[in-house]
Design a binder for this molecule. Structure first.
Ligand SMILES: [Zn+2]
Length: 187
């Protein structure tokens, strides 16, 4: 399984983690099913309250609201755009899931009729130079969790999931500086 993150979400993690200090924060991940075994994370919610130095407690209502808005934005195309998993920070510990984290994620994919077929858990932390360190683990019902690689990949130009217009400008026009040539008159 391939999971990718766009650079603007790395920046979002860095900003949120820097603000939270030694408090754990977290939220949910939503993604696009790009190809057979390939997903990209397209947005994430950030819950700043409810965390301590060593634990993060999810407030489901806040994340449900985030999910509703995401589904509306992406035309309720659930096969393509859907819940992808969870994330939280480990400001004082290694960026790997704890035993409790593993148990909780396994429950998410195994409990109830609406349980997702799989889910990803991202654990993030800032290293000494305020850069993101992360690990990703994939969970499926009846399987042992597997660690997966996360690739960093820019958003496609026509990304329909962009929450704010400025991100489109910033990440989809790497050639803005060529404008000068475009405007040059051909004599
Ligand atoms: Zn944890």
């Amino acid at each position: 399984m391939i999971v990718t993150l766009p650079p603007d979400l790395i920046a979002k993690f860095e900003k949120a983690l820097s603000r939270a200090g030694t408090r754990e924060i977290g939220g949910v991940l939503v993604g696009e099913h790009v190809a057979d075994e390939e997903f990209r994370v397209v947005d994430l919610s950030v819950q700043h309250s409810g965390g301590t130095d060593s634990c993060f407690v999810r407030h489901p209502e806040k994340h449900r609201r985030f999910m509703r808005r995401f589904f509306r934005r992406t035309g309720t195309d659930y096969a393509r755009f859907n819940y992808l998993g969870e994330w939280h920070s480990h400001p004082l510990y290694l960026a790997v899931p704890s035993a409790t984290d593993l148990t909780q994620m396994q429950l998410i994919v195994e409990e109830g009729a609406n349980a997702p077929l799989f889910a990803v858990l991202l654990i993030v932390r800032l290293d000494g130079s305020e850069r993101i360190e992360l690990s990703a683990t994939a969970f499926a019902p009846g399987s042992v969790p597997i660690q997966i690689e996360i690739g960093i990949q820019p958003r496609p130009d026509d990304d329909p999931t962009i929450p704010a217009p400025w991100i489109t400008w910033r990440w989809s026009r790497p050639d803005w500086w060529r404008k000068k040539d475009v405007n040059r008159r051909k004599d």
